[in-house]
Write a protein that binds this ligand. Structure first.
Ligand SMILES: [Zn+2]
Ligand SMILES: [Zn+2]
Length: 238
C-alpha cells in the first residue's frame, strides 16, 4: 500500500513548522498504521520536493530541535533533503527521496514504476557526477541501458529534477517530477557538455545484465526500438 503523503509549502522546515504540523496532525488523531509508516513530502510553493519524513521522524525532529541552538527557536532547518554521499550508490534516504520525487522512470514518456527503477547519475559518477539527489533520477532498466550504452544521447537535469533528454537527431524532450509546476523558462545549471574529454567508463553493478548489443547495427536497432513508443513525440526513427 502506498504511504499517504502530505505537503507543506515553504522552506526551510524549522522545528516550529514541524511542531505546528504535528499539532494539526494530533488534532485529527493521525496515527501510523500497525505495519507501516505515514510519510510526508515537504514541497516548496512550486511543488519541488524539499524533504521526505515519516511521522516518527517528525516527532523526533520536533523533540530534538536544532542541534546547533538547543536553547531557542532559531529557524534552522530540522527536516532537510538527503545529504550527498561520496559513495557510488545512493543512500537509503536518497533512494526514498528519489522514488518520492520521481514516482516513475523519468525517461520522457515512460511510466514504469520508480520502485523498479535504478537511481541513475545524470552526470555519470565516473565523469565526476555527484551522488546527490540533484544529480540522480529514476530510470527503468531499459532506459538506464539506453542512457548508458547508446551513443549520442545527452542528459541534463536541473537541481529540482527537470530532466532534458536530447536524441542524436537533436530532438529534445523534457520530463519533470509529478507535482512540480512549470514556472517559466529555466536555465539548466549543468548543460550537456559534449566537448568534454570522455571520462573513464562507468562502473556497472555486477548484478546488472550484460550490454544488450555487441555491434553498431544491433545498437542502432535497439535504440530505434526505444523510441517506437508513440508517447515520445517528435523523435524520428533512427
Ligand atoms: Zn539553529
Ligand atoms: Zn523507462
Amino acid at each position: 500500500m502506498a504511504a499517504p503523503t502530505g505537503s507543506v509549502a515553504g522552506t526551510p522546515i524549522t522545528a516550529a513548522h514541524v511542531r505546528d504540523l504535528l499539532a494539526q496532525l494530533d488534532a485529527v488523531d493521525l496515527q501510523a498504521p500497525a505495519h507501516g509508516a505515514v510519510s510526508f513530502s515537504f514541497t516548496d510553493d512550486r511543488g519541488a520536493l524539499q524533504a521526505v519524513a515519516t511521522l516518527r521522524e517528525l516527532r523526533q525532529a520536533a523533540r530534538r530541535g536544532c542541534d546547533e541552538h538547543p536553547a531557542g527557536d532559531c529557524g534552522c532547518p530540522v527536516i532537510t533533503a538527503p545529504e550527498p554521499t561520496d559513495a557510488y550508490g545512493p543512500t537509503a534516504a536518497q533512494h526514498r527521496f528519489l522514488t518520492t520525487r520521481d514516482r516513475t522512470c523519468r525517461h520522457p514518456g515512460c511510466d514504469n514504476r520508480a520502485g523498479w527503477a535504478d537511481a541513475d547519475h545524470v552526470i555519470p559518477h565516473a565523469a565526476g557526477g555527484a551522488t546527490d539527489c540533484a544529480n540522480l533520477c529514476c530510470l527503468c532498466r531499459r532506459h538506464h541501458r539506453l542512457k548508458t550504452f547508446a551513443p549520442g544521447w545527452t542528459y541534463a537535469m536541473t537541481p529540482d529534477g527537470i530532466l532534458t533528454v536530447t536524441a542524436p537527431s537533436g530532438v529534445t524532450r523534457t520530463s519533470r517530477p509529478p507535482g512540480l509546476h512549470f514556472t517559466g523558462p529555466r536555465v539548466l545549471t549543468r548543460p550537456p557538455d559534449q566537448t568534454a574529454a570522455p571520462g573513464p567508463p562507468p562502473t556497472y553493478d555486477p548484478a546488472d545484465d550484460p550490454p544488450p548489443f555487441c555491434s553498431a547495427a544491433q545498437a542502432k536497432r535497439w535504440v530505434r526500438s526505444q523510441f517506437s513508443c508513440s508517447r515520445v513525440h517528435g523523435v524520428p526513427p533512427a
